[in-house]
Design a protein around this ligand. Structure first.
Ligand SMILES: [Zn+2]
Length: 321
């Protein structure tokens, strides 16, 4: 074998290796970081096998208060896309994480920054100066931020994530679009099924611990008559609890829904004094066992509510529009 031949063989081998490596590099996944697991699940459904998704908060954590750990900054430093709920939900932890990550791409206004609340029809937008509301301890100062709890809002979230993805990976637009359309169809089908399940219980009054549920309530037609918290983020005083007990007794309300991350003591006290049942729902994906995705979030919460309605003897009404 001549030196020239050997050189040619080496060249061919190098070419073969290059060709073998190239597709792996081309298929490098888009790194998506989201504040909440619900956004992460929707990002997975739209991004499919082109994305690698990480959610900072866990579904059993209060989304208003999450520890801004340095390990999350490292995740954000390497991220191509960041998705947040917005309004003031993550105001205490997302800004310090984004500042610490120093990744220009995913800062406000960057191509890789997605605010999932864009084009959202918000409920309970307060009048008046937000800073004054904040000073009083209110944590919903720009409107109620728990909008992902209406499954139809999931379609708006998906659209916003889709727009973010095509900005940073326009070559995959057709693929993302197909996934978006499939997600919308799946939501529409599931929504019809959920509506049929909840229809017999329209108008049933319940109580809630925190004001997480107005979007869920509006979509499915039951009624939240009041809250164990006097204001979002404020723990009840004994005097306020006495008032709640009175009102629940007067209205014969027998169900209290609560998120897994609130101390149950005051709600248990109310339940004991009114004969109500305390129902723990999943406020986010991962918030209850088996709630592994955005669809199971509604499956589980609706099933748990219907079980509770039956347990306290709510009479199902015949369905009418
Ligand atoms: Zn809240």
């Amino acid at each position: 074998m001549t030196r020239k031949n050997l050189f040619e063989i080496l060249l061919v081998q190098m070419f073969v290796i290059f060709v073998a490596i190239a597709p792996t590099q081309a298929a490098k996944k888009i790194r998506v970081v989201t504040s909440l697991p619900d956004l992460a699940d929707i990002a997975k459904q739209i991004g499919g096998d082109k994305v690698d998704v990480f959610a900072i908060a866990k579904g059993y954590q209060d989304p208003h208060f999450v520890d801004a750990k340095p390990s999350y900054m490292i995740k954000l430093k390497k991220a191509d896309l960041f998705v947040q709920v917005g309004l003031d939900l993550e105001i205490g932890w997302v800004p310090p994480l984004l500042e610490g990550a120093r990744n220009k791409k995913i800062l406000w206004g960057g191509d890789g920054f997605v605010d999932a609340s864009k084009n959202m029809d918000l409920l309970q937008v307060p009048r008046g100066d937000p800073s004054k509301l904040r000073a009083k301890g209110d944590i919903h100062i720009f409107g109620n931020p728990h909008y992902w709890l209406d499954p139809l809002n999931g379609k708006i979230i998906a659209q916003n994530i889709f727009e973010g993805l095509i900005k940073i990976a326009p070559e995959n637009e057709i693929y993302f679009k197909q996934n978006l359309e499939a997600f919308i169809r799946k939501i529409n089908d599931a929504h019809q099924h959920w509506q049929a399940l909840m229809a017999p219980y329209r108008g049933t009054e319940i109580y809630a611990y925190h004001n997480s549920w107005p979007y869920f309530e509006q979509r499915f037609g039951f009624k939240i008559a009041g809250f164990i918290e006097p204001k979002p983020g404020i723990s009840p005083s004994p005097k306020y609890i006495a008032k709640v007990i009175n009102e629940m007794k007067n209205k014969n309300i027998k169900i209290i829904i609560i998120e897994p991350y609130y101390p149950p003591k005051s709600a248990e006290l109310v339940a004991k004094n009114t004969g109500a049942v305390l129902v723990e729902l999943a406020p986010e994906v991962g918030g209850q066992p088996g709630v592994d995705d955005y669809f199971k979030l509604f499956d589980t919460n609706i099933n748990k509510l219907i079980e509770a309605f039956k347990e306290v003897g709510v009479e199902p009404k015949p369905f009418s529009n």
